[in-house]
Design a protein around this ligand. Structure first.
Ligand SMILES: [Fe+2]
Length: 155
C-alpha cells in the first residue's frame, strides 16, 4: 500500500485501460483537426466550429488521463508511435470530406471510446479506484451527449 491506498500492482489493469484511452484520444485529436480543415459542403461553418470545440475538449482530457495514470503509479505512453500502435481508432486520410461522412465516422469512433470507458470504469470500481472511475464517468457522460447530438444531426 502507499499514500493513496492503491498499489501500482493493484492499478495495473486500470492504468492499461487509461493508456488505451489516451492512445485513442490522440488519434481522435488529430482526426478532428483533419475534418475541421477538410470538411466541405453547406455544413462547413457548422462542423468547422463544432469540431474545434471537440478537439479543445479532447486536448484537456488527454492531459487529465495521462496525469491520472501517473497518480496511480504508472507511466503514460507519450509518443505518437506508441499511440498509433495502441489505439483502436484509425486515422483518416487528408482529403475533402462531406459533413454527413464526418459525422458518421465520428459516431463510430465515439462508440468505440464509450465501450472502452465502460470496461475501464468497471475495472476501476472493482479495485475501489473511485477517482479514476469518476474521471471516466465524466468522459462517458460527455460522449453520450455528443453521440446524441451527432445522431440528431443525421436525422
Ligand atoms: Fe481552426
Amino acid at each position: 500500500m502507499n499514500r493513496i491506498g492503491l498499489s501500482a500492482e493493484q492499478t495495473k489493469e486500470v492504468a492499461e485501460h487509461l493508456d488505451q484511452h489516451l492512445a485513442n484520444l490522440h488519434v481522435l485529436y488529430t482526426k478532428l483537426h483533419n475534418y475541421h480543415w477538410n470538411v466541405e459542403g453547406p455544413e462547413f461553418f457548422t462542423l468547422h466550429a463544432e469540431l474545434e470545440k471537440q478537439y479543445d475538449a479532447v486536448a484537456e482530457e488527454i492531459d487529465a488521463v495521462a496525469e491520472r495514470i501517473l497518480m496511480i503509479g504508472h507511466r503514460p505512453s507519450a509518443s505518437l508511435a506508441e499511440y498509433l500502435k495502441k489505439a483502436q481508432l484509425k486515422e483518416a486520410e487528408s482529403a475533402p470530406i462531406r459533413g454527413k461522412a464526418v459525422v458518421e465516422e465520428l459516431l463510430a469512433d465515439y462508440s468505440t471510446l464509450i465501450a472502452g470507458l465502460r470496461a475501464g470504469i468497471k475495472a476501476a470500481q472493482e479495485i475501489g479506484d473511485e477517482a479514476t472511475a469518476d474521471l471516466m464517468i465524466g468522459s462517458l457522460a460527455a460522449y453520450e451527449k455528443t453521440v446524441w447530438m451527432l445522431q440528431a444531426y443525421l436525422r
